[in-house]
Design a protein around this ligand. Structure first.
Ligand code: AR6
Length: 181
């Protein structure tokens, strides 16, 4: 344990990368979707564009997903084998404590689906931190603590990657996780 409050063995199972999540060769990438699961802008749009029309067809069969829950599909034309779709809270529609509970649930439910599917590697974008306006520092703290708690108690997924879309976002995660490079 160090100043981050995260066990060192757990921290070795967490990675921070900068770039486009659709390019990652992992068992699952997580999509910051909306409750229709039928696509949208931001990372959702990028994932559907890169995965091709088969992903939308599979999503249509799921019948949507409530906020804080997650659903799993194939990766279709993506390098990732699966997509885990989760619906983050729209920050302004909740009290901060409820938004944090729902955001945490997105991470935990995604990790649970990955474990159930026997997946070893998973990558998350900053769920709710775009169009849904969750403050980035607070969202990073929720993401890091949810993942650390999960990893401390479970063997799978073996590695959790936080895929950051900007240098500033990656710096936030590295600081939170105590990663120096
Ligand atoms: N790779 C990694 N991260 C990305 C990428 C990418 N290709 N593109 C954007 N981000 P957002 P939300 C980051 O708005 O706030 C959609 O329309 C971005 O910088 O995609 O959960 C859905 O259909 C930000 O940090 O998702 C929903 O309607 C983070 O991904 C709604 O937006 C999330 O930004 C969901 O809003």
């Amino acid at each position: 344990m160090d100043g981050t409050g995260i066990d060192l063995i757990v921290r070795e199972r967490m990675k921070v990368v900068e770039g486009d999540i659709t390019r990652l060769d992992v068992d699952a990438i997580v999509n910051a979707a909306n409750s229709s699961l039928l696509g949208g802008g931001g990372v959702d749009g990028a994932i559907h564009r890169a995965a091709g029309p088969g992903l939308l067809a599979e999503c249509r069969s799921l019948g949507g997903c409530p906020t804080g829950e997650a659903r799993i599909t194939g990766g279709h034309e993506l390098p990732a084998r699966h997509v885990i779709h989760t619906v983050g809270p729209i920050y302004d529609q909740h009290l901060p404590v409820e938004a944090a509970r729902l955001l945490r649930s997105c991470y935990v439910e995604s990790l649970r689906l990955a474990e159930e599917a026997g997946l070893e590697t998973i990558a998350f974008p900053g769920i709710s931190t775009g169009v849904y306006h969750y403050p980035k520092t607070e969202a990073c703290a929720v993401a890091a603590s949810a993942a650390a708690e999960w990893l401390a108690a479970h063997h799978l997924p073996r590695v959790v990657t936080f895929c950051c879309f900007s240098v500033a976002d990656a710096a936030l995660y590295r600081a939170r996780l105590g990663i120096v490079d």
